[in-house]
Each structure stands twice: as structure tokens, then as C-alpha cells.
Design a protein around this ligand. Structure first.
Ligand code: BDR
Ligand code: CA
Length: 316
């Protein structure tokens, strides 16, 4: 009997680590990628949507690619060219997109996929939570079709854009608030795990040496992504977004715990913080599975295994 695939929507703002997350998703036959949706974050919506179409072409994905909103729900957009460059995905040359942008908006495409799917669908959201928040508000009836929202965002102990807030949540805290209060099943890969999910330069040299065009592109994305991280003192590149994919299919590699987590919207210094209730003092039941740690060496091995799946692919 063939194993049932997991239907997924990839929602993100590629972005080097989003792109690597999508390589991982495309490499694993357990995933059935039903749609790609984009959200403004690492760069403007037009840039990340163009990048998403180029990545989908590189990976030979034949799903629709739809653009989301140009701005967060309430806040002004913040972008991250310091990490991802002017294009949002600086570094290696990529193929030009073969598919057009969908005529549907991101939320319309997400809703269509959920409505038409016989099974519940996993949304892997690796950018600001703008599309997911808008989906939950505009289509509450589809919440029951969501198997899980697997997010990269937040950090229970620290931030990275401010002391308290991680970039994806800080860009659109209101959408994250809606998500965390929606009752939809939620898994959170915050900085607690993703800053431990580092790959070191000698390790991505081994990925480059795999030699196929996708593995080589992953290594070149890491070359670029590491430039700013190295300036900040990191010894490796932090693979934030791939955690939101790999924690789904390799849960044994991760340390996953149930917590009640709230989103701070109005703190003078702490807006966008993901605030955990460690002690149960809030009296609230857990609203998410928070991924707190991982077996880093196994994680890097799995990434290399994913890259090897593209052996035999022709140069683009
Ligand atoms: C998150 O911010 C973005 O720059 C990355 O793509 C990742 O999703 C890490 O804070
Ligand atoms: Ca991202």
C-alpha cells in the first residue's frame, strides 16, 4: 500500500532560508505541495513573488504561485535586505520563472486548496503571518480543514530584530495574534530551535560537493546568507525556515513541547514578542507546540540527504 502524502501549502517570503525550506519540502516524497503563496517580509511582495516563481521553476514544482498582501495587517512593512540582499534572494543565478503568477490572491488560493482538499492540509508559514491571519479572519469555516500551521516565527526566550521580537512576528504582530488566538492547530519553530539549527561553512562545502544544480544553489544561497550573519558574530548560518518543514517529518530530531503562547501587541519595547506561560499562571490551555531544540548534526545530515535527491538533474 502506498503511504498517503501530506498536502501542504508553502507560504513564505523567500528569502534564503525560505528557499532552502522549499528545497527540503520538494525533495521529500511524503509532501504533496498544493500551492505556494507569498507574503511581504524579507523583501517587497513583488520581489519575493518573483523569487518564489524562480524557486518553483528550479524545483520543477507545478503548483500555482499566488501573491499575498503588500503590507502587514496594521503595521508598516519592515524588510530585511541586510540578510537577503536587494533582490531578497541575492547570490546564485536562478532560472527565469516558467509559470505565471496566479490570478488568485494568496488568501483566495489558500482557501481554494483547503476547500477542495479531501484531507486536511498543513500550512507551512515561514514569513510574517499576514496571509494566514487574513485567511483565518475571512474564512473561519475553513479552520477545520487545517491539519496544522507549522510556522517559523517568534522565540520564547529572545528576539532577533529587537531584544524581544523575532522578525516574522515583529513585521505583522496583529496577524500572529489572530493565529495564536484562533484555536487552529499550531506548531511554532521560534529562535529557541532555529538559532541552534546552524550549518557551518565546512558542512555546506559538503553540500556543494554533491554537485547537482539544486545542491550547488543551496550552497551558494548559504554563502550569501552567511555574509551578514558572520558580521554579527555567528559561526554558522541559522537555518530558521527549514525547521518548520523538517520538524513535521522528523519529529524525533526535535524537542517539541506544549505551551500557551501569547503575542505582545502594545509593549513599548516588546511589541511582537511571543510570550510563553511556563508556569500555567494564565490558566490557559496550550495553544501551540513550541519546538525548543534539535539534534543539530542529524538535522544537517538530513539537509544533505534532501539535496542528494536532485542528483541527475540537468544544469539550468
Ligand atoms: C526569519 O526572518 C527571515 O529573515 C527569515 O527568512 C526567517 O523566516 C528569521 O527571523
Ligand atoms: Ca522567511
Amino acid at each position: 500500500m502506498t503511504e498517503k502524502k501530506i498536502p501542504v501549502i508553502l507560504d513564505g517570503d523567500p528569502g534564503h532560508d525560505d528557499a532552502i525550506a522549499w528545497v527540503v519540502a520538494a525533495s521529500d516524497p511524503r509532501f504533496d505541495i498544493r500551492a505556494i503563496t507569498t507574503v511581504a517580509g524579507n523583501q517587497t511582495l513583488a520581489k519575493v513573488t518573483y523569487n518564489a516563481r524562480r524557486i518553483a521553476t528550479l524545483l520543477k514544482l507545478d503548483c500555482e504561485v499566488a501573491a499575498g498582501r503588500e503590507v502587514p495587517m496594521c503595521a508598516d512593512l519592515i524588510i530585511a535586505p541586510n540578510y537577503h540582499g536587494e533582490s531578497g534572494l541575492d547570490g546564485p543565478r536562478l532560472p527565469e520563472p516558467k509559470m505565471p503568477e496566479s490570478e488568485l490572491s494568496a488568501v483566495e488560493l489558500m482557501a481554494k486548496v483547503l476547500r477542495e482538499s479531501e484531507e486536511k492540509v498543513v500550512i507551512i508559514a515561514t514569513g510574517p503571518q499576514t496571509n494566514v491571519g487574513a485567511l483565518l479572519v475571512s474564512h473561519p469555516e475553513l479552520k477545520e480543514k487545517i491539519a496544522l500551521i507549522s510556522t517559523m516565527g517568534g522565540g520564547l526566550r529572545n528576539g532577533n530584530w529587537t531584544t524581544s521580537a523575532e522578525f516574522n512576528i515583529l513585521v505583522d504582530p496583529e496577524s500572529a495574534y489572530i493565529e495564536y488566538h484562533s484555536g487552529a492547530p499550531l506548531q511554532m519553530c521560534g529562535l529557541d530551535v532555529t538559532e541552534k539549527a546552524q550549518i557551518f561553512p565546512e558542512e555546506w562545502e559538503k553540500i556543494r560537493a554533491i554537485g547537482n544544480p539544486v545542491a550547488r544553489t543551496v550552497a551558494e544561497w548559504l554563502d550569501f546568507f552567511f555574509i551578514h550573519l558572520k558580521e554579527l558574530g555567528w559561526e554558522g548560518a541559522t537555518l530558521h525556515d527549514p525547521c518548520a518543514v523538517l520538524s513535521l517529518i522528523y519529529p524525533e530530531v526535535f524537542d517539541i513541547r506544549d505551551y500557551y503562547v501569547d503575542i505582545d501587541l502594545c509593549g513599548r519595547y516588546t511589541r511582537g514578542a511571543t510570550v510563553p506561560d511556563y508556569t500555567g499562571v494564565s490558566g490557559q490551555k496550550p495553544n501551540c507546540k513550541a519546538v525548543m531544540g534539535l539534534d543539530r548534526e542529524r538535522f544537517v545530515e538530513i539537509l544533505a540527504e534532501c539535496c542528494r535527491k536532485f542528483d541527475g538533474w540537468e544544469e539550468f
